[in-house]
Write a protein that binds this ligand. Structure first.
Ligand SMILES: Cc1cc2nc3c(=O)[nH]c(=O)nc-3n(C[C@H](O)[C@H](O)[C@H](O)COP(=O)(O)O)c2cc1C
Length: 355
């Protein structure tokens, strides 16, 4: 029987995946307070629908940094892709997103090289970059490849100078045969000759400045949670910010993404686009994020679950479920277009300043 919501995909993926990979996917950092908050905060927010509005035509189309997309729901960078999509890897994700006109962010750590992913894609792609001042040569090499392959923005993940400690998956990490990173075959060594993975504790705003000088692509910062960093991002010329706590996987006890969103939206005051990821599992979650000022949301784990269960088809179905739920929620809320969704749609709480 085909799953009827994202949570059913979660359960099927759990049954299907190697337990070590399952632990890795589902883990948050430490006590998983933020992981739980990502869901709880969405559930706490109440909607304030308007009645007697003509909702016979719902329009989900928008643009992300000028690129048209069919819906304000895209794919967050995450992996490794496994289960039914193991062979095809991230190319399956690209096919699923493309079939729906949704944007995909491919990650530095993908199993398939970014060129293969671009070859499989029929929709827009952004490239997520891990780098530091010690891996600038490698970063430039990756960015140039991404430009050449047709990626339309570089998404720098800024919440991972080091990786968070995931207690839930710590003891089982070695049980799984992790795929090699397709993007890093023949990669240039680190600039200082150090043994290093792709991110590094040394990344600072100076690296963002430097990155701007080596690419013509717009930069998006992923992992901003506070107004101070949002303002600095604008000052450093970024085109977009993803409000994200990395799916609760980095610093535990930070705010849920949806709770951090209003602060960032206020701080940037329209000077760059703002997106959200973390805990989006229902169309109403998407609606709430849009109401609080996100231009789009990205989903991480749900797409991995869909891929695990039935490959590209499963990932596409997960995105379709979210899209259809969003459409339904917009109709029931009396908001037939994205521009009709505003802050008055969510009930005022001390943390969310609403009208
Ligand atoms: C298994 C897994 C791997 C991830 N890998 C990356 C990554 O390589 N780069 C990155 O920027 N974010 C990574 N993320 C974070 C996602 O991009 C995203 O921020 C998060 O999954 C959103 O929360 P959600 O899973 O609740 O939708 C990963 C998340 C998961 C669950």
């Amino acid at each position: 029987m085909q799953p009827i919501n994202v949570f059913e995909y979660e359960e099927l993926a759990r049954q299907r995946l190697h337990p070590a990979l399952w632990n890795n996917y589902s883990a948050g950092a430490n006590d998983e307070v933020t992981l739980r908050e990502n869901r709880a905060a969405f559930e706490r927010l109440q909607l304030r629908p308007r009645m007697l509005v003509d909702v016979s035509h719902i329009d989900l189309r928008t643009t992300l940094l000028g690129t048209p997309v069919a819906m304000p729901i895209g794919v967050a960078p995450s992996g490794p892709v496994d289960g039914a999509a193991r062979e095809e890897g991230e190319c399956a994700t690209a096919r699923a997103a493309g079939a729906l006109g949704a944007l995909m962010i491919a990650n530095t750590g993908s199993a398939r090289p970014l060129e293969d992913i671009a070859g499989a894609a029929t929709g827009p792609l952004w490239f997520q970059l891990y780098f530091s001042s010690r891996t600038r040569t490698r970063a430039e090499w990756l960015v140039q490849r991404a430009e050449k392959a047709g990626y339309q923005a570089i998404v720098v993940t800024v919440d991972s100078p080091v990786f968070g400690y995931k207690d839930r998956s710590e003891r089982t990490e070695d049980w799984f045969d992790w795929p090699p990173l397709g993007n890093l075959i023949d990669a240039p060594p680190t600039d200082d000759g150090s043994e290093e993975d792709n991110n590094g504790a040394a990344i600072t705003w100076a690296d963002i400045e430097w990155l701007r000088t080596v690419t013509r692509l717009p930069l998006v910062l992923k992992g901003v949670l506070t107004e101070g960093d949002a303002r600095l991002g604008v000052e450093h010329g970024v085109a977009g910010i993803v409000v994200s706590n990395h799916g609760g996987r980095q610093l535990d006890t930070v705010a849920a993404s949806i709770d951090a969103l209003p602060e960032v939206v206020d701080a940037v005051a329209g000077q760059c686009e703002v997106y959200l990821d973390g805990g989006v599992r229902r169309g109403t979650d998407v609606l709430k994020a849009l109401a609080l000022g996100a231009r789009a949301v990205f989903v991480g784990r749900p797409v991995l679950w869909g891929l695990a269960v039935s490959g590209a088809e499963g990932a596409q179905h997960v995105l379709e479920l979210l899209r259809d739920e969003l459409e339904l929620a917009m109709a029931l809320a009396g908001r037939p277009t994205l521009t009709s969704i505003d802050v008055s749609l969510v009930r005022s709480t001390p943390r969310h300043r609403t009208s």
